[in-house]
Design a protein around this ligand. Structure first.
Ligand code: SF4
Length: 194
């Protein structure tokens, strides 16, 4: 079977703002959920952006582990679940190298399994922790790390993490600003602090 493709919006080799510990963060391009107040507007159009084979980033992820001591990757969007086939291939490879996988999705897990995109179960099986649910601007989260609204839930799918990460002060919400060699100014982290 040919290697599936991914449509990527951006990635950062090492961030401390997108999950527990240092992580390689990958933003996928395209989301049809269109939550009111979504902070990633440029990642929403369902258009080709950077099309790469599913394992394209694996060498960079392994290098980030060597250089920065990352403990895993975080998948964000856009909506990662609509690229589940490709992301499950990448996530399995990352786990096979002893690292963890975290994902943020606007889908609600457990509500209707048939409503999930093709390949979603494979992707979930390759994740350690998933934060689900759409962003609801009227229900702003004040307590937990990383989540924008109180309806969003953490699902611990392996023993890698537990509920303590949600309020662990080592992972307090923040933002990172970096100037890349290409001249791009990249900002990531908790958008409501901007
Ligand atoms: S699911 Fe996430 S990326 Fe999609 S519109 Fe909602 S907040 Fe934005």
């Amino acid at each position: 079977m040919p290697e599936p493709m991914l449509n990527l919006a951006a990635w950062v080799a090492c961030t401390g703002m997108e999950g527990p510990g240092r992580r390689f963060a990958i933003w996928t391009q395209g989301c049809h959920l269109r939550c009111k107040g979504c902070c990633n507007q440029s990642y929403l159009p369902l258009v080709p952006r950077e099309l790469v084979p599913a394992l394209h980033l694996l060498p960079a992820i392994l290098e980030a582990r060597e250089q920065h001591g990352i403990e895993g990757i975080t998948l964000l969007g856009g909506e990662p679940m609509i690229q589940a086939r490709g992301l499950s291939v990448l996530a399995r490879a990352v786990r096979a190298h002893g690292m963890t996988v975290m994902m943020f999705t606007g889908y609600v897990l457990g509500s209707d399994a048939h409503a999930l995109p093709d390949g979603a179960q494979d992707l979930l099986a390759a994740c350690d922790v998933v934060v689900d649910g759409p962003f609801v601007a009227t229900r702003g989260e004040q307590v937990r790390n990383w989540v924008g609204s109180t309806n969003q839930r953490f699902h611990y799918l392996t023993d890698a993490y537990d509920v303590s990460i949600e309020t662990d002060p080592r992972y307090r919400n923040g933002i990172e600003v970096r100037f890349e060699r290409s001249g791009t100014l990249r900002v990531n982290g908790f958008p409501f602090l901007l």
